[in-house]
Ligand binder design. Structure first.
Ligand SMILES: Nc1ncnc2c1ncn2[C@@H]1O[C@H](COP(=O)(O)OP(=O)(O)OP(=O)(O)O)[C@@H](O)[C@H]1O
Ligand SMILES: [Mg+2]
Length: 287
């Protein structure tokens, strides 16, 4: 089945209403395009639980800082559509243009998940998560899905969206999808297009360092500071200087100092060449 392409809210919400009238469930996969296998894994997770799948493609100006890469962010809707067509699991691509999403120029209303938006990536990108939660709230209101899928690669985004949905009573179930990686361990990311082959090699050290820390954790090293030090040292060996290496509570994202007693996320942000990369791993003794 060829994937339908919609650009307007009216087309999108009209079709969703017909699905809902026939008691079909709907899952939304929000993306910024430049699709890769990580996005396809979200579509697959959405398809497993839902009758219908909508992929949104929108490069959201609100989540880019003034000196970030909004203008040069990769945009290739034709390639994205071809990939989704070939994959065969998406019903509709919803790709509004900026004036459709923000008809008044800028959104006067913003959704801010306080405290969670200012830690980790929020330190270097202070307005980023307000941009994300505002656009996700808008997309949830246009598509009114039963499910929405987000990648574990963006662990902070996933935790913040879950919190927003609880706090504001959005009637949607959030699906968290495991990170899809290159054979080298590098997490797939649209911004990997900015990397040269040599930089890609370097970037694979990020996951290697995370894995090393997880092994140490499972072998009994539960001190957050020690584990963070270990990761910094591993990255330092290949000349990488991370923006942060941080162990935080998986759900609240608040930093853990000292002993790790609950499900924690070990998260890294690190620039390699022109790309600012993020990755993370879960530290739990259980599952
Ligand atoms: N490697 C991956 N595995 C699983 N999900 C992913 C992966 N990469 C991105 N996603 C998820 O895809 C969704 C859309 O993300 P987005 O379009 O920003 O892609 P991206 O690869 O993160 O791009 P960028 O490199 O610009 O951040 C998010 O929920 C994100 O977590
Ligand atoms: Mg992203």
């Amino acid at each position: 089945m060829p994937t339908t392409l919609f650009h307007t809210q009216l087309e999108m919400s009209t079709l969703v209403r017909t699905w809902q009238d026939s008691h079909e469930t709907v899952a939304l996969v929000p993306t910024m395009g430049a699709l890769h296998r990580g996005h396809l894994a979200l579509v697959e997770a959405a398809r497993r639980v839902s009758d219908r799948v909508v992929v949104s493609i929108f490069v959201n100006p609100l989540q880019f800082g003034p000196s970030e890469d909004f203008a040069r962010y990769p945009r290739d809707i034709e390639a994205d559509l071809a990939l989704l067509d070939q994959h065969g699991l998406t019903d509709v691509v919803y790709a509004p243009d900026t004036s459709e999403m923000y008809p008044e120029g800028h959104s006067k209303t913003q959704v801010i998940v306080s405290s969670m938006a200012s830690v980790l990536c929020g330190q270097a990108r202070p307005t980023h998560f307000a941009g994300v939660t505002t656009v996700v709230a808008k997309l949830l209101n246009v598509v009114r899905p039963n499910f929405a899928a987000f990648g574990q690669k963006d662990a902070q985004q996933l935790a913040i969206v879950r919190q927003m949905v609880r706090d504001l009573n959005f009637p949607v179930e959030i699906l968290g999808v495991p990170t899809v990686r290159e054979p080298s361990g590098l997490a797939l990311s649209s911004r990997n297009r900015y990397l040269s082959p040599t930089e890609k090699g370097l970037a694979s050290s990020i996951y290697a360092a995370l894995l090393r820390a997880q092994e140490k954790y499972l072998a009994g090293q539960h001190d957050a500071r020690q584990l963070e030090q270990l990761v910094r040292a591993k990255l330092g060996e290949v000349g990488l200087e991370p923006e942060y290496v941080s162990i935080v509570d998986r759900d609240s994202l608040q930093p853990i100092e000292g002993e790790i007693h609950r499900a924690a996320t070990l998260a890294i942000a690190c620039s390699v060449g022109r790309a600012r990369l993020i990755d993370n791993i879960l530290l739990t003794s259980g599952s």
